[in-house]
Design a binder for this molecule. Structure first.
Ligand code: ACO
Length: 380
């Protein structure tokens, strides 16, 4: 390609850098589909396990295929003793996202063949990473609270098992379903920053662990998955619904970004935000957190008035905050929940990339000087 044909797009906006059969997004109309199925249908009718099968196989499973996939996932729930010992040695004030990034990287040390990159091997590694990461999060959280690590229960589904390992007691059906919906809505989302990071890394034929580790590092940024924690911090700073107007208008006056709003692709309401809004309202009602939902709703109305003309609407992180709070999760576990779900998408993209790989190697627009004299250090 000649220099004249090369184009520059800051932040790669609008650049098509990969093909996928997993998720389709129409940002103008607010549509998200996984393998052609509307996210709303999956959120209301499917399970996380079925959604992962769909993303990895590009079709819904038969009953027996789903059963077999679920059993394989459950068979992988447990972490090896060495990993649990490592988790118990971590500083109790470490941030969970740093812990997850470190421990997923460490999983490669206990894989006898970490560099095997056939599509089949990548699928097995992905299944294992997906299955054990909930235990990494739950075990670390219990370690920092001075509690015994709870072993996984293979009779439980993905959502129920995580909440059980975290709290040491079986969750209610309502909590399991709510958590499962969060997992479904966060499972995949085109070539977002963390997914791109995963694809870039695996395109060097590095290894699945390195790719997922890079993706975790990307996701924790406040402009990406870390925004859900930012939303909760903002909600905590607003004493009541009546204070929302002044608080948000002050933020706008100070040119602060309102976390949970805006999206590179969506210029209308993120359909995941719509799903999570309904869920947040129900959970807030069930758990006595209606004030949180009402504050969120008031912020959404103010933002609609002030920013809808710029195409800035709630994104997936906005109502996740209320949802996760109502599920009983601590603030610094919000972004880790995004990880648990998004491992499905990252892995699916890694598998797609390995199936038809070409090294990612874009170029830069050099804007520095040319033919500059080398001035010796004594003369500078
Ligand atoms: N609050 C206030 N203003 C905003 C917001 C916001 N949340 N989002 C965008 N804007 C404004 C910017 O200030 C900028 O205004 P200007 O043109 O007057 O300078 C304009 O909209 C465009 O902003 P960019 O950052 O260039 O747009 P981009 O497409 O990169 O934005 C992003 C996407 C980074 C997500 C942005 O909307 C943002 O920072 N949102 C808050 C953080 C957040 O919620 N992130 C989660 C996104 S979803 C996800 O990653 C899972």
């Amino acid at each position: 390609m000649s220099t004249a044909e090369k184009t520059f797009s800051k932040g790669l906006e609008g650049v098509i850098a990969a093909q996928t059969e997993m998720s389709f997004i129409n940002g103008t109309e607010g549509i998200l589909e996984y393998v052609g199925i509307a996210i709303g249908d999956l959120a209301s009718k499917s399970s996380f396990e079925e959604t992962v099968f769909l993303l990895w196989n590009k079709r819904l499973p038969s009953r027996s295929e789903l059963e077999s996939f679920t059993q394989s996932l459950r068979a992988n729930y447990g972490l090896c003793d060495e990993m649990i010992t490592q988790i118990k040695s971590l500083p109790t004030d470490a941030e969970p996202m740093h812990v997850i990034r470190t421990m997923i990287s460490m999983l490669s040390l206990y894989d006898t063949n970490p560099n095997e990159n056939s599509v089949e091997a990548a699928r097995e590694k992905a299944l294992n990473i997906l299955a054990v990461t909930p235990m990494i999060v739950a075990a670390f959280d219990r370690h920092r609270r001075g509690l015994e690590v709870v072993a996984p229960d293979a009779s439980l589904g993905f959502a129920a098992n995580f909440l059980y390992m975290l709290n040491g007691e079986k969750p209610t059906d309502a909590m399991i379903r709510a958590f499962d919906i969060c997992m479904i809505t966060h499972a995949d989302h085109g070539l977002n920053n963390s997914t791109f990071a995963a694809r870039v890394v695996i395109s060097t034929l590095s290894d699945v662990y390195s790719a997922i580790t890079a993706a975790v590092g990307s996701l924790r940024g406040p402009l990406h998955g870390g925004a859900n924690e930012g939303v909760m911090k903002m909600l905590n700073l607003i004493p009541s619904v009546d204070d929302a107007e002044d608080h948000v208008m002050n933020m706008i006056k100070n040119k602060e970004r309102i976390m949970g709003f805006g999206h590179r692709v969506y210029k209308s309401k993120d359909p995941r935000a719509s799903e999570l809004m309904t869920l947040a309202k129900q959970l807030a009602d069930d758990t006595g957190n209606m004030d949180l939902y009402l504050k969120s709703n008031a912020i959404e109305n103010i933002m609609e008035r002030e920013y809808a003309s710029k195409g800035i609407y709630p994104n997936v992180d906005f109502y996740s905050a209320t949802t996760y709070h109502c599920i009983g999760l601590k603030l610094d576990l919000f972004t880790p929940m995004f990880v648990l779900a998004r491992i499905a998408g990252w892995s699916g993209h890694v598998i797609e990339q390995l199936g038809d790989n070409r090294l990612f190697r874009p170029t830069t627009d050099y804007v520095g000087p040319h033919a500059a004299p080398y001035v010796s250090i004594d003369d500078r």
